[in-house]
Design a protein around this ligand. Structure first.
Ligand SMILES: *[C@@H]1O[C@H](CO)[C@@H](O)[C@H](O)[C@H]1NC(C)=O
Ligand SMILES: *[C@@H]1O[C@H](CO)[C@@H](O)[C@H](O)[C@H]1NC(C)=O
Ligand SMILES: *[C@@H]1O[C@H](CO)[C@@H](O)[C@H](O)[C@H]1NC(C)=O
Ligand SMILES: *[C@@H]1O[C@H](CO)[C@@H](O)[C@H](O)[C@H]1NC(C)=O
Ligand SMILES: *[C@@H]1O[C@H](CO)[C@@H](O)[C@H](O)[C@H]1NC(C)=O
Length: 281
């Protein structure tokens, strides 16, 4: 009787201790272990990002995992910047469903931005700047309704900027400068409110194929208009000049011929002149 009571007590204590220490969350575990296996860490920066720690990464607000911060036993912030990480971003990162801030900036990450990140419904900050990420900006990011910051500058992203991102009403920082984006800038991201754009040209610079307000008009479209006008005016003037000189030369030749012939025919008038234009048979 006494034995079973004490063993029950021990069991309860173990359960309470596990709950306090932040009981392992299966989706966070999947998120962290898959994120780690997608990354290469040549400078050995990811201390403690090893298997037993993925099951219980939280210890109060801190985490045994470098760059991770916890809240209520769940990962809520990941900040792995300037760590020379390469590899790609695992789609399983979407299993860290309490994540509010994801900063993987200033590394050498390649591959796409996983569209699955749209499952991170609490995400407020997304900073993936200064990497080598390619592919399109996933339009699904528009589902992360709390996004305040999207910083994707200095990558190798292609395609158009999704119009859907205009749905993110809380967006205060948006930077896609220095990528390989193309097409028109969605008006919802550059809406002129009292002639002040929502995001100014700084957000869009350094993309060869991107055009439209708020970029200066002398990019793609502007330059070609100037070129077309220039070429049109130039060739117009040139052909005018050529035909003018041709007419002048022709007039002078015929004038000289007339003078010669008129001189030969003596004091002849209109009739004589006319006869000179007729062929002699
Ligand atoms: C790594 O884990 C060990 C033991 O689990 C711990 O003592 C150490 O503080 C951890 N390092 C970091 C940076 O959290
Ligand atoms: C983890 O994420 C993947 C990819 O988004 C998904 O297929 C899977 O169901 C998720 N697993 C858990 C445990 O949430
Ligand atoms: C994103 O991270 C970089 C450093 O890696 C920093 O310079 C930049 O300010 C961050 N972006 C935002 C919007 O905070
Ligand atoms: C532009 O801004 C005005 C005023 O803030 C708003 O009424 C309008 O709906 C916006 N247009 C677009 C396309 O977002
Ligand atoms: C663009 O906006 C940012 C803040 O949103 C500001 O710091 C910067 O000075 C602006 N640049 C120009 C050219 O207006």
């Amino acid at each position: 009787m006494a034995m079973s009571m004490s063993s029950l007590l021990i069991l309860m204590l173990v359960v309470v201790a596990l709950a306090i220490s932040g009981l392992s969350d299966p989706s966070d575990e999947s998120c962290l272990s898959n994120l780690r296996s997608g990354l290469e860490d040549p400078s050995k920066a990811l201390v403690n990002w090893t298997h037993p720690n993925f099951a219980s990464p939280c210890n109060g607000l801190t985490s045994v995992l470098e760059g991770a911060t916890c809240n209520n036993g769940r990962i809520y912030k990941l900040s792995l910047t300037k760590l020379s990480l390469s590899g790609s971003i695992s789609p399983f990162l979407s299993n860290c469903t309490n994540l509010q801030s994801l900063d993987l900036s200033s590394n050498s990450l390649s591959g796409p931005i996983p569209p699955q990140l749209s499952s991170l419904l609490n995400l407020a900050i997304l900073n993936l700047s200064s990497n080598a990420l390619s592919g399109q900006i996933p339009p699904q990011l528009a589902l992360c309704a709390y996004l305040n910051v999207i910083d994707l500058h200095s990558n190798a992203l292609t395609g158009q900027i999704p119009d859907q991102l205009g749905l993110l009403v809380r967006l205060a920082v948006f930077d896609v400068s220095y990528n390989d984006l193309e097409g028109p800038i969605p008006p919802v991201l550059a809406n002129k409110t009292m002639y002040v754009p929502r995001f100014n040209a700084t957000s869009f610079l350094g993309n060869k194929g991107l055009y439209g307000f708020p970029l200066p008009p002398m990019r793609r479209a502007g330059l070609s208009v100037v070129a077309i006008v220039g070429i049109g005016l130039g060739s117009g003037l040139l052909s005018l000049l050529i035909s003018f000189t041709a007419v002048c030369v022709w007039l002078r030749i015929t004038e000289r011929n007339e003078e010669v012939r008129n001189g030969g025919a003596g004091g002849d008038h209109q009739e004589g002149k006319m006869s000179h234009f007729m062929p002699d048979y």
